[in-house]
Design a protein around this ligand. Sequence first.
Ligand code: 3PY
Ligand code: MG
Length: 251
Amino acid sequence: RKNKLRAEHNNAAIINGWLAIPSSYSAEILGHQGYDAVTVDLQHGMIDFASALSMLQALSATPAVPLVRVADNDPAQIMRMLDAGAYGIICPMISTPEEARRFVAACRYPPLGNRSFGPARGLLYGGADYPQHANDEILTLAMIETREGLANLDAILATEGLDGVFIGPNDLSLTLTGSASAESRHPEMLAAVERVVSQCRQRQKIAGIFCTSGEAAARRISEGFQFVTPANDVMQLGRASREAVAQARGN
Ligand code: 3PY
Ligand code: MG
């Protein structure tokens, strides 16, 4: 199976779903809604290994490419998630080129990296030739969400094998402006976001960002992002429920 995310990122933007609820049924539902990719969030989602495994299994029955956001830059967890069938990893809090190299190395078999061999579900999802193609197909996105990560952006983007970066706008605005806001209009945030887009464009890397809605995601695409997450399952469930209650009450 070819990872269309790596092959096609120069064309249309990748629309990525986001799962924080530990449910294979939620994963299956999102996977069938037209997303290019769906990410299982082990950092801020309420998801353990057993749930992540069943969610990745559910996603493999859908057209969406299964991705995982790991809890931190831990090679053991990254390798387990790849063995569980993740076709890409989003790694939080990458602040230095050394951290970026460590992250990418965990995603690549030797000689490119130090991923240990035991592909498990990779073979079921990716096919019998997965070991020959995994190094070319596993998507690697480093999260830029610290002041240091922003300062080191160019060196991080220069990391061999890194496909791009994914802005965590809550953490980034928290460190830059003192308050967490996913759609912050603070001048420092606007400048940071613009810088990420332009440096990614120069190096032909993917610029990604978390967004709070479809409208916000469309705006980010018009700003030059190629990978957007238009809210997560929790936000969408809450929003749709509030609307239904309000409509039922006639408000
Ligand atoms: C952030 O906004 O900091 C994120 O990590 C988004 O998920
Ligand atoms: Mg974050």
